[in-house]
Design a protein around this ligand. Structure first.
Ligand SMILES: *[C@@H]1O[C@H](CO)[C@@H](O)[C@H](O)[C@H]1NC(C)=O
Ligand SMILES: *[C@@H]1O[C@H](CO)[C@@H](O)[C@H](O)[C@H]1NC(C)=O
Ligand SMILES: *[C@@H]1O[C@H](CO)[C@@H](O)[C@H](O)[C@H]1NC(C)=O
Ligand SMILES: *[C@@H]1O[C@H](CO)[C@@H](O)[C@H](O)[C@H]1NC(C)=O
Ligand SMILES: *[C@@H]1O[C@H](CO)[C@@H](O)[C@H](O)[C@H]1NC(C)=O
Ligand SMILES: CC(=O)N[C@H]1CO[C@H](CO)[C@@H](O)[C@@H]1O
Length: 473
């Protein structure tokens, strides 16, 4: 407990085959605006869908399953769909929308189980009619969670997870049921529309999450399928694109791309080599289901020590929970150089590097934290990164492999000006890159640092860390 703003990091162990994300964080009002259209798959349901997140930082997408509305965690870092069912009578399932079995449900006898150190989810695989963004899928495989304990779903406000990664990363195996992404795009005849795009909204930098009703009247987030939100772009040719980094066998599991190096105030911070075989650069996953940016602990240490400029503990520090913290007035411009070849620098807002959480001790939580339990990749670029851009996930077409598109929406100068206005004067000295040694490949260690919100899908095979921030009952 850290004052009124509770920050509780919990490490959980995941024992089952079922991959998903669980990621808790700041209470941030969030809404996702759907851009609707008449599609080939189904009929348009309405011209807008607005979602407000009650407690956690997570971007929730509204779906309709068997005639019932649900807010699910939008998760580009996993590939399964699960929803808590009305059979779930555990306290965990209180106060969230639960799925009631309908005549259109085709319930199988295939079980699924998720066990965490602090809780579990289990249930059965079924098929049901799903509406997403105006598209209707008549028989979508999903998992009904009949038991959920210890996960505090009630305080997070979402009923399950909507995974939008590649089928290879799905846990409901392909022979049991086709994943959502495949179903969604199966009838798209037009290759140039085989994508989904999102803009994750930015929360206001408020200190009292409970008394401030900060729900934006106009949704600042957007999620669309097969077309762009014209507030951000009118053409997919506006986007910088990078092919998705494949696995060694040539297939795709996550929305991955090379991360060449990081910049801090335009200075290059070299990164340790990838642990994946045959890759020139470290590999990063774009993951809407993870709140923060996660990387190998050695690189993260270099990063924060460079920002701290050697002033031991005065500007940046690692707290007892293993989380990196930074003095709230310390503003740095951080860029991620992505892609093969020359690469392209993507600069994020300093508020995504330094998270003000309402504590009055002057220390802010770093938006970039260490995690050595990531597998399938080296880095996870979560919401703290993605919020700054308009992002497109384009599936394979007859002429091109799957690719990621990014469109810059962050003006680094004005973002820094806003930061300095909000946070006050930074009298610390400049940034000096500190890279004591880069010893070959980083290792996957069985221990996971606290402080990360992390994706079970992309991160680690057997651990999950749940980060609670600013949640007050
Ligand atoms: C239910 O799903 C299973 C597995 O896909 C399928 O074999 C079966 O035909 C389905 N039953 C109905 C009534 O749709
Ligand atoms: C495919 O979609 C694009 C973008 O929506 C559109 O410009 C183009 O005309 C479409 N092509 C066909 C053959 O419908
Ligand atoms: C897209 O086109 C519409 C209509 O012409 C225009 O109002 C909007 O500003 C355009 N969006 C962008 C990002 O340029
Ligand atoms: C660090 O903080 C201490 C006390 O707060 C101060 O005496 C010292 O000068 C600071 N060191 C640097 C390098 O800023
Ligand atoms: C895009 O990023 C650069 C920094 O890389 C920034 O200077 C520029 O203002 C950004 N563009 C927009 C439209 O904000
Ligand atoms: C068609 C539709 O669902 N329209 C809704 C859009 O959002 C406004 C404001 O929430 C509603 O009043 C409309 O009914």
């Amino acid at each position: 407990m850290m004052g009124t703003s509770t920050r509780l990091a919990i490490i959980a162990t995941m024992l089952s085959f079922f991959h998903s994300h669980l990621c808790y964080g700041l209470k941030v009002p969030v809404s996702l605006r759907r851009v609707s259209r008449y599609g080939q798959v189904g009929q348009m349901l309405g011209s807008n869908v607005s979602i407000t997140n009650r407690e956690a930082i997570a971007y929730l997408a509204k779906i309709n399953l068997g005639g019932q509305d649900f807010s699910l965690l939008l998760d580009s870092g996993s590939a399964d769909l699960w929803v808590v069912s009305s059979d779930c009578s555990s306290p965990d399932c209180d106060a969230i929308q639960k799925y009631n079995k309908t005549p259109s449900l085709n319930l199988t006898s295939w079980p699924f189980n998720l066990k965490y150190l602090i809780g579990s989810v289990s249930g059965t695989v079924g098929f049901e009619t799903l509406d997403l963004g105006g598209y209707e899928i008549s028989s979508q495989a999903f998992a009904l969670a009949d038991h959920a304990t210890g996960l505090q779903l009630g305080s997070t406000g979402y009923s399950g997870i909507l995974g939008l990664s590649f089928p290879a990363s799905a846990s409901i195996e392909a022979n049991l049921g086709t994943d959502l992404l495949t179903n969604l795009f199966s009838t798209f005849g037009n290759d140039s529309e085989k994508f989904y795009a999102y803009k994750l909204g930015r929360e206001p930098d408020v200190t009292d999450w409970v008394s401030s009703d900060t729900s934006p009247s106009t949704p600042t987030s957007s999620f669309s399928v097969g077309e762009l939100d014209d507030r951000f772009s009118n053409s997919t040719s506006d986007f910088w694109t990078s092919p998705v980094h494949p696995r060694t066998d040539g297939t795709y599991d996550y929305w991955k791309l090379p991360l060449q190096y990081i910049t801090i105030n335009s200075l290059q911070l070299p990164l340790s080599a990838s642990r994946l075989p045959g890759t020139a650069y470290p590999i990063a996953v774009l993951d809407t289901g993870t709140t923060l940016i996660l990387g190998p602990s050695r690189d993260i240490e270099n990063f924060w020590e460079s920002i701290g400029d050697g002033a031991a503990g005065n500007i940046t520090r690692k707290n007892r929970a293993g989380e990196w913290e930074v003095r709230c007035e310390r503003g740095v411009t951080v860029g991620f150089v992505l892609g093969d070849g020359g690469g392209w620098e993507w600069v994020i807002d300093p508020r995504d590097v330094s998270w003000k959480d309402g504590d009055e001790d002057g220390w802010c939580l770093g938006g970039i934290q260490a995690n050595d339990g990531i597998y399938s990749a080296d880095w996870v670029l979560g919401d703290a990164f993605l919020r700054n851009f308009y992002v497109m996930h384009h599936l394979a077409t007859t002429s091109s492999p799957p690719h990621i598109g990014l469109l810059n929406l962050t003006n680094s100068e004005s973002a820094m000006a806003t930061f300095q206005q909000e946070r006050g004067k930074d009298s610390a000295s400049g940034v000096h890159i500190r890279v004591p040694e880069l010893r070959g490949h980083s290792k996957i260690t069985p221990t996971v640092l606290y402080a990360m919100c992390w994706a079970i899908g992309a991160v680690g095979g057997s651990f999950a860390t749940l980060l609670y921030r600013g949640i007050r009952m």
